[in-house]
Design a protein around this ligand. Structure first.
Ligand SMILES: *Cc1c(COP(=O)(O)O)cnc(C)c1O
Length: 333
């Protein structure tokens, strides 16, 4: 009775092979982009990646064989795994002073993203220059915003900041969110950290399916569910696998700027304040309404009488966001 991510493994791996090259550092973090981080680490290894990036220190695998870059910055109050393979990101002058001598370090430079980083004007600060002699310097880190400003703005900014940083100390530039084809426009020795474009770059290789767990016929106005809401017409109530524990109906606050984008986000299962919400489950090619907000592991849907209901055990399609969904199973088909 699971919510399953089906992967056309030949097609998916073909996409991975055609996208990856030695300048690309695969990112495995969070829910592992739906696949799980362990699987992504194994796939990265199969591609030949010598370095993989994770989001936090909690995600550093035990006894890693490859080098592991931790994307979120080192802080003195964090529990840091002791491994020679870990490469830290340091984003504040004070942390460059506190981090143990000999640590492998990327120094993050502030970009227009304004999340973490040492300001471009502080690159010649004595705290930084002195630290360069204490740490094992692995390069500079630059993280750019997505969308809006456009990728050419990111490439330009990366080239400028990269030049300023490499004038202080030569070393690789580790960038995020610039197009893979533009690395040579930024400079020499540029590495690109990539998650979404790699793992989720060919959506056609991925299908999500839920199982129908129960089907009940209902009449208009009858009450159903925890909330005892009245159904809006004659038809069927379907109970399908997939609920809040899987992330169904829980959307990360949408980045959707336009009405169209917001409509898409809604259609992917965000719950509308108005009560009724379109579910991410599709039956006969159409998304169906939730009969009530999703439960922990299952959802109740309303199917009007004009549509023949599926049978218990049938599978239905689901359109979810991969980075916010926890699948019961990933099936490599
Ligand atoms: C998450 C993250 C990435 C990967 O982002 P995608 O959009 O999934 O490719 C790259 N760099 C940094 C710093 C990140 O935090």
């Amino acid at each position: 009775m699971p919510l399953v991510l089906h992967v056309d493994s030949d097609r998916w791996r073909e996409h991975l092979r055609s996208t990856w090259n030695p300048d690309i550092v695969p990112v495995a973090k969070g829910n592992g982009y739906g696949f799980g981080n362990q699987r992504l680490l194994a796939e990265a290894r199969a591609l030949g990646a010598r370095t993989v990036a994770v989001g936090t220190y909690f995600e550093v695998p035990p006894d890693p064989r490859e080098d592991i870059v931790v994307l979120s910055p080192w802080r003195p109050f964090l529990d840091i795994p002791q491994s020679k393979n870990v490469i830290h990101t340091v984003s504040r002058l004070a942390d460059l002073v506190s981090i143990p001598a000999g640590s492998r370090v990327l120094i993050e430079v502030m970009t227009s993203m304004r999340r973490h980083g040492i300001g471009a004007r502080e690159l010649r600060h004595t705290m930084l220059l002195n630290a360069l002699d204490r740490i094992r310097f692995e390069g500079w880190s630059l993280h750019f915003p997505m969308g809006a400003g456009g990728t050419s703005a990111n490439v330009r900014e990366a080239a400028e900041l990269g030049k300023a940083a490499q004038a202080v100390r030569r070393g690789p530039l580790w960038v995020s969110h610039v197009p893979a084809q533009k690395l040579t426009d930024i400079g020499e020795n540029v590495k690109l950290r990539m998650g979404t474009g790699l793992w989720l770059g060919d959506r056609g290789a991925l299908t999500v399916r839920a199982t129908v767990l129960d089907v009940h016929s209902v009449r208009r106005g009858e009450r159903v569910g925890y909330r005892q809401r009245r159904v809006s017409g004659d038809g069927h109530v379907l109970v399908v696998s997939g609920g809040t524990a899987h992330g169904v109906g829980l959307e990360a606050p949408t980045a959707a700027a336009s009405v169209r984008q917001r409509a898409i986000a809604m259609a992917k299962g965000s719950l509308d304040a108005a009560g009724m919400a379109l579910s991410p489950f599709t039956i006969e090619g159409k998304q169906r309404w939730f009969a009530e907000p999703p439960h922990m592991q299952a959802s109740m849907l309303f199917l009007p009488s004009s549509v023949a209901p599926p049978a218990v055990g049938d599978e239905v399609g689901v359109d979810v966001r991969y980075t916010t969904t926890t699948f019961d199973k990933v099936s490599m088909d």
